[in-house]
Write a protein that binds this ligand. Structure first.
Ligand code: HEM
Length: 577
C-alpha cells in the first residue's frame, strides 16, 4: 500500500466508525483485494470492527517505525537511552513496548514521593554515561507508549534554545493541548502556538504588571480574612486539610481579582458555577478516559464516555457563566479586576469573544490549583520545620506593621526564601513537554549540535533539575530555605555556569537551573501575581497562627495529573494572639 493511501486511512479527522470503515474498505479493496474476499460474508458489525482493528494496527505499526527511526537518529548523535530497572523478560518485554518507561521510577511522574527510588534520573546511576561529571550530556531518550521516544533535556544550553532563543520552533504537543485545554479552554494562552500565541500574549501581558496587580491587594487580603474566620472555628487540636482549603482560598481570590465574581468556595456548596467547575475538574481525574486522551487525544479521547459527558456539562455551564462575566465587566469601564483590564487591552478586538472566554478560563485553570498546591506545601513544611517558622514570624514582626504594605513584604528575605524553596522542591508544574518543529538543530554542552526529528517529544524535567545535586549541592532533596541566603540567581550567561557553581562561597543558579515558572516567551505570565498571593497568604497565616503537624518530614503524598499537588497536607493551627 502506498504511503499516501496509508496516511489517508489513518487520517484522525475521520472519526466515526462507519466513515472509518467505508474509508478503509475502499483503500483495502484497491490495494489488498483479499480484504474484500475475507470480509464479504461477515455481518456488517464484524466488518466494521475488523476495519477499526486493522486501522489501529496499521497506525501503531506506522508510529513504531517512525519512533525507531527517531531513536536511531538520536543514538547516532551520541544521545544515551534511559537505563531501565524493571526486569526485561516480563511478557517478553511487550509491556515495555506498550507502556514505554512509565513504570520506571521517575520523580516527575505519578506518586512522586521524595524517596531514593524516585530521585531524579539526572544522576549518574540511572542513565548510561550520565555520571561522567566532565562529560555528562544531561540529555537522554526515554520511551513512552508504543516505543515512542521522548527526549529528556536538562542541559542548560539546550534548554536555552528550547525555551528562549527558539521557543516558537518548539510547540506544545497535542496531548498537552488537549489535556490542559480541558481546563484552560482550547484557545487560552497555555495551549496555543505560533502567531496566535504572540497575539494573545501581547494583549494579556499588561494585566500582570505590578501597576495592574497592586490594586488587587485589598481583595486578596479580604479573602484571607474570610479564610481565617473559617480557621478560627476549628479547635487547635484538629488537623485541617490545607490541600483542600488552599484551593478554596485561591478559587475565591482568582474569582474576585480575576473575574469580579464571588465563587463563595468556603461555603459548603459554593455557587452553581463553583459546583460546575469542581465537577468539570473531578471528571478529568486519572480515569480510563484520561488515559485515552493521553494516548489518542484527537480520536478515541473524544469518544462518548460518561466522564467526557460529565466534563462537557460542567464546561458548558462555565462557558456561559464567563460570557455573563464578560458582559457585566463591559458595563464597568473603571473596574480593577483582571477581566476589566483584559477588556480595556482588547479595545481593538484583537481577541474574539471565544478567545476572551478561553483566556478567563485560563486564569482560573492556570492560576488556581498551582498557587493552592504551593500554599498547602508551604504550610505543611513550615509546620514540619518550626525553627524556620519562628524565623519567619520574627522577620514579619520586625518589618511589617500592616500586610497591605506589599512593598515591604516583597523585600523580606526569609519570606521569599520560603516560597522559592517550596517551589524548588515541590513545583506544581513538575515537568512540561514540547514538540520539535521542522529542521530544528539545538546546541548541547557536550554532544555538539543535535538535529531533532520533526514531531519529536521533548520533556523538560523541572522537578528533577530542581533536585539535581550537581546544581544544588548534596542536600538537594532537603527543604532548607536558608540555602537561599547564599544563592545568587544569575540571569545571563548562565548556560556556561555548570563547571563553576560556587563563586566566593555563593552558589550560582542560572535561569535553567530553577524553573518553577519556566522562562522565555512561554514562561508563566502570572508569576508576579502568584508570588504576590503567596507572600500575602503565608505572611498572613503564619503571623496569626502557630502551625503544627503530625506528618513527618518526607511523608507528603503527591498526586500528579496535569499538575503535581499534595493530598495529605494536614496542619493544625493555633491562634498566636
Ligand atoms: C505557584 C503558582 C504558579 C506556577 C508554579 C505556575 C507555573 C507555570 C508554568 C511552569 C508555566 C509554563 C507551562 C508550560 O509552558 O508548559 C505557566 C504558564 C502559564 N501560567 Fe502559570 N503558574 C502559576 C500561577 C499562575 C497564575 C496565578 C496565573 C494567572 C492568573 C498563571 C497563568 C499562566 C499562563 C496564562 C500561562 C501560559 C503562558 C504562555 O504560554 O504564554 N499562572 N505557569
Amino acid at each position: 500500500m502506498g504511503g499516501n493511501q496509508l496516511s489517508l486511512a489513518l487520517d484522525p479527522a475521520v472519526t466515526t466508525a462507519h466513515a472509518l470503515h467505508a474509508h478503509a474498505a475502499a483503500i483495502f479493496a484497491k490495494h489488498a483485494p483479499w480484504y474484500q474476499d475475507a470480509f464479504r460474508d461477515l455481518p456488517k458489525g464484524h466488518a466494521i470492527a475488523a476495519s477499526l482493528i486493522a486501522i489501529a494496527v496499521l497506525r501503531i505499526a506506522n508510529k513504531s517505525v517512525q519512533s525507531a527511526r527517531a531513536v536511531r537518529k538520536l543514538r547516532a548523535q551520541g544521545v544515551p537511552e534511559q537505563k531501565l530497572h524493571h526486569p526485561q523478560w516480563w511478557l517478553l518485554g511487550l509491556h515495555r513496548y506498550l507502556l514505554g518507561h512509565i513504570l520506571e521510577p521517575e520523580p516527575s511522574m505519578a506518586t512522586a514521593h521524595r524517596s531514593e527510588q524516585q530521585t531524579p534520573l539526572l544522576h549518574g546511576k540511572d542513565v548510561d554515561g550520565w555520571n561522567c561529571a566532565d562529560q555528562a550530556p544531561r540529555i537522554y531518550v526515554a520511551r513512552t507508549f508504543f516505543g515512542a521516544p521522548s527526549l529528556v533535556v536538562a542541559d542548560p544550553k539546550t534548554l536555552h534554545a528550547i525555551m528562549s532563543a527558539h521557543s516558537y520552533s518548539f510547540i506544545k504537543p497535542d496531548t498537552s493541548i488537549v489535556l490542559i485545554g480541558m481546563v484552560t479552554g482550547d484557545l487560552g494562552m497555555v495551549t496555543i502556538n505560533g502567531d496566535v500565541h504572540k497575539r494573545h500574549r501581547r494583549i494579556v501581558n499588561p494585566l500582570f504588571n505590578m501597576k495592574t496587580l497592586m490594586p488587587l491587594v485589598p481583595a486578596i487580603l479580604a479573602s484571607l480574612d474570610e479564610f481565617c474566620a473559617l480557621l478560627d472555628t476549628a479547635p487547635a487540636s484538629t488537623p485541617l486539610p490545607f490541600h483542600e482549603l488552599g484551593g478554596q482560598l485561591t478559587l475565591n481570590v482568582i474569582g474576585r481579582t480575576g473575574m469580579n465574581y464571588e465563587f463563595n468556595a468556603l461555603a459548603l456548596d459554593g455557587t452553581p458555577i463553583t459546583r460546575a467547575y469542581h465537577d468539570m475538574l473531578d471528571s478529568i481525574k486519572f480515569t480510563p478516559w484520561f488515559l485515552l486522551c493521553l494516548l489518542y487525544p484527537k480520536t478515541l479521547g473524544r469518544g462518548p464516555t460518561a466522564a467526557r459527558r460529565r466534563f462537557l456539562k460542567g464546561h458548558r455551564v462555565m462557558t456561559s457563566a464567563i460570557k455573563d462575566m464578560l458582559a457585566r465587566a463591559r458595563a464597568e469601564p473603571n473596574g480593577t479586576a483582571l477581566i476589566h483590564e483584559l477588556i480595556r487591552q482588547n479595545a481593538g478586538d484583537a481577541l474574539s469573544e471565544h478567545e476572551l472566554v478561553c483566556e478567563i478560563q485560563t486564569f482560573l485553570g492556570a492560576g488556581h490549583e498551582t498557587t493552592s498546591s504551593t500554599l498547602a506545601m508551604a504550610m505543611l513544611l513550615l509546620a514540619q520545620f518550626p525553627d524556620v517558622q519562628d524565623e519567619l514570624v520574627q522577620e514579619l514582626d520586625q518589618a511589617v506593621a500592616d500586610l497591605d504594605d506589599y512593598d515591604t513584604l516583597s523585600k523580606l528575605p526569609r519570606l521569599t526564601s520560603v516560597i522559592n524553596e517550596t517551589l524548588r522542591l515541590f513545583p506544581p508544574a513538575n515537568l512540561t513537554f514540547r514538540e520539535a518543529g521542522a529542521n530544528v538543530k539545538v546546541p548541547t554542552t557536550v554532544l555538539g549540535p543535535l538535529a531533532l526529528q520533526k514531531g519529536l517529544e521533548i520533556e523538560i524535567p523541572i522537578r528533577a533539575i530542581h533536585m539535581d545535586t550537581s546544581i544544588w549541592g548534596p542536600d538537594a532533596k532537603e527543604w532548607n530555605p536558608r540555602r537561599w541566603d547564599s544563592i545568587d540567581l544569575v540571569q545571563s550567561g548562565s548556560s556556561d555556569l555548570a563547571a563553576n557553581r560556587i563563586v566566593n562561597g555563593r552558589r550560582q543558579i542560572g535561569p535553567y537551573d530553577y524553573l518553577p515558572f519556566l522562562v522565555g516567551p512561554r514562561g508563566c505570565i502570572g508569576r508576579q501575581f502568584a508570588v504576590m498571593e503567596l507572600r500575602l497568604f503565608i505572611a498572613g497565616l503564619v503571623r496569626r497562627y502557630k502551625l503544627a503537624t503530625d506528618l513527618p518530614v518526607g511523608g507528603e503524598e503527591l498526586h500528579v495529573a496535569i499538575t503535581m499537588r499534595p493530598t495529605n497536607a494536614w496542619v493544625r493551627v493555633e491562634r498566636r494572639v
